[in-house]
Design a protein around this ligand. Structure first.
Ligand code: XMP
Length: 603
């Protein structure tokens, strides 16, 4: 079978490229950046991925230069572009400020750019840049801030500085398609092929063992369940649904009903609310919460196995892990740990090493999981359910012992306010004394959100949000205040994962779910976390006690990058009024941060 090798320089990029190559019908495999020429013989083309490095950094990754002289086409992307320039005798130097976000690319005539426009929007994320081309190489495209943005080295070798694999480069897939056309290969990858191979892989790994699958009612674990049942037969797959008390309103009942409707008969439901909440008592650190929840899932699984008298030697533990869970948990060689997903806690990692875990869709992105679900005949309501994280509301109910004071808050706010004035915006800023998780330059950040109060339209908010996070490194998230008043003070109150706080969050979340269903926005919005902050605000009209709620609707394709979604104002105001009428709600914010720099979930 013909296939493409993607060299992994870290972060999310190599897998996203592999996903895009598959989408174009070609098998792709990820190889380590230090792959030898021998390893590459069986491939029809080579792609060097992006990554968060610098070719000049000590221990900076490069490649075995010989792999660039094999008789197969080569494409370097972002960091891969710099590796090619560096290894083929050109020069890469530190830029002055880097280039992040949308840029306008002007290509020259070249087979790589066949069929694309005279100017194209591309997505840039780099600090270093190519300053001199290798001898004999030709410049084939530039952006305003990056002259050497695309290079042809001859012998079917090219590189581009921009990320062609992300959706923010709208014609990126066309460029990749042009590259594949140069590779003399057959397009043989298809979902049917994937399913067939996966069924075989499941049978091989399971051997005589049965599978005990943690199932949540979401599309990932349901698709994993269906594949396992198809491969092993229904009687050999046992589903365990753990209600951890961090579910949405009425979710436990709905999940059970929808699994039964699917014909899942071997299902055990475990009521774990008290145990989970007891384990989370007094804990506020996001990573600690994630680990506790992940470990508790395993405790429950063991307990249930014992109750059912299942011999551990005869059973594997199944999970519906998908690829982004692995990458965010720092699970590939050069990736930073952004968050520990519940299915990647250390105990699970150990079981993986022992060969005790089976994960049928761990190489797939959400869009592929949905496509497999559709192929297997899953109802569209289930296929298109919004993703819900394993730790549930546990990562949407922010906890605090005390405030995270903002260093030099007054000075920072006055700088941000000056910046807003310089942009002619009628907004005032308040930096909040708490933190949330973000991802910047492929690395985890844990920083303050800034709230903007006042009047602005979506276009203004969309423009100012990245400017603030690029300019003010103390903040990684931007919120818009949905109460028509500026905030003079914001006080953090101690608050943990308690049932009353979770109940309040469940009510706010239910209001949001109902509103977007009524407004027919379920398919427009990819995912809609509603977050509870232990924060009361003071405005000119006095202190408003209670907690704050954040609306975080996002649009995405595979969750590795996302844009905040702009919902029509009447719908936003109607939900806000309803949420504000809940006893104990101080105010409502709208999260206007893209990913990067803010992750989809706050923790
Ligand atoms: P972030 O917040 O990192 O989330 O942008 C990306 C996607 O992953 C989901 N998510 C999880 N899913 N277990 C899961 O099954 C987890 O521990 C977990 N943490 C985040 C998140 O909801 C989003 O869709």
């Amino acid at each position: 079978m013909d296939k493409i090798a993607v060299l992994d320089y870290g972060g999310q990029y190599a897998h996203l490229i592999a996903n895009r190559v598959r989408r174009l019908g070609v098998y792709s495999e990820i190889l380590s950046a230090d792959a030898s020429p021998d390893e590459l013989h069986e491939y029809k083309g080579l792609i060097l991925s992006g990554g968060p490095q610098s070719v000049h950094a000590e221990g900076g990754l490069s490649c075995d230069p010989q792999i660039l002289h094999l008789d197969i086409p080569v494409l370097g992307i972002c960091y891969g572009h710099q590796v090619l320039v560096h290894e083929l005798g050109g020069k890469v130097e530190s830029g002055e400020k880097g280039e992040y976000g949308k840029a306008t690319f002007t290509p020259q005539k070249n087979p790589l750019f066949e069929g694309i426009n005279e100017t194209e929007q591309v997505w840039m994320s780099h600090f270093d840049e190519a300053t001199f081309l290798p001898e004999g190489a030709t410049l084939i495209g530039s952006t305003t801030d990056c002259k050497n943005a695309a290079i042809d080295y001859g012998n079917k070798r090219w590189s581009v500085q921009f990320h062609l694999e992300v959706t923010h480069t709208p014609n990126g897939l066309k460029i990749l398609d042009n590259f594949l056309n140069q590779c003399d290969l057959k397009r043989e990858w298809s979902l049917d092929q994937f399913i067939e191979q996966e069924l075989k892989r499941i049978k091989d790994q399971a051997g005589d063992q049965n599978v005990f699958l943690l199932i949540s009612g979401g599309v990932d674990s349901t698709v994993a369940f269906m594949l396992l049942e198809k491969a092993l037969g229904a009687e050999r797959v046992y589903g365990l649904f753990v209600d951890h008390g961090l579910m949405r309103k009425n979710e436990g009942v709905q999940v059970k009903a929808s699994l039964e409707k699917l014909g899942v008969t071997n299902l055990h439901v475990y009521q774990g609310e008290e145990e989970f909440l007891a384990a989370l008592e007094g804990v506020y650190d996001p990573e600690e919460k994630r680990k506790i929840i992940g470990d508790k899932f395993l405790d429950v699984q063991r307990k249930v196995s014992e109750e059912l008298n299942l011999n551990p030697d005869e059973w594997l533990l199944g999970q519906g892990t998908i690829y982004p869970d692995t990458i965010e948990s720092g699970g590939t060689k050069h990736a930073d740990k952004i968050k520990t997903h519940h299915n990647r806690v250390p105990q699970i990692e150990e079981l993986i090493r022992q060969g005790k875990i089976i994960e049928p869709i761990k190489e797939l992105y959400k869009d592929e999981v949905r496509a497999v679900g559709e192929k297997l005949g899953l109802e569209s309501e289930m296929v298109w359910r919004h993703p819900f994280p394993g730790p549930g509301l546990g990562v949407r109910c922010l906890c605090a012992q005390e405030a995270f004071p903002v260093p030099n808050a007054e000075e920072l706010e006055s700088k941000i306010n000056d910046f807003l004035v310089s942009k002619n915006l009628n907004l005032t800023a308040k930096v909040l004394p708490l933190k949330s998780v973000g991802v910047q330059g492929d690395v985890r950040s844990y920083r303050h959100p800034v709230v903007l109060s006042g009047q602005a339209d979506w276009a203004q908010l969309e423009a100012i949000s990245p400017q603030l996070t690029n300019q003010f490194l103390e903040v990684n998230r931007v919120l818009f205040h949905l109460r028509d008043e500026a905030i003079s003070d914001a006080q953090v109150k101690p608050g943990f994962s308690t049932r009353d706080r979770l109940d309040l969050l469940r009510e706010a979340d239910a209001i949001v779910q109902k509103s977007i269903t009524r407004a027919d926005l379920l398919r427009v919005i990819w995912q809609f976390p509603v977050v509870l902050l232990p924060l009361s605000i003071t405005t000119a009209s006095g202190e408003i006690s209670g907690e704050s709620v954040v609306l975080r609707p996002v649009s995405s394709e595979e969750a590795m990058t996302a844009n905040f979604t702009e919902i029509d104002w009447p719908t936003v105001h109607a939900m806000t009024d309803k949420i504000l009428s809940l006893p104990g709600v101080s105010t409502v914010f709208y999260d206007i941060t893209n990913k990067p720099p803010g992750t989809i979930e706050w923790e």
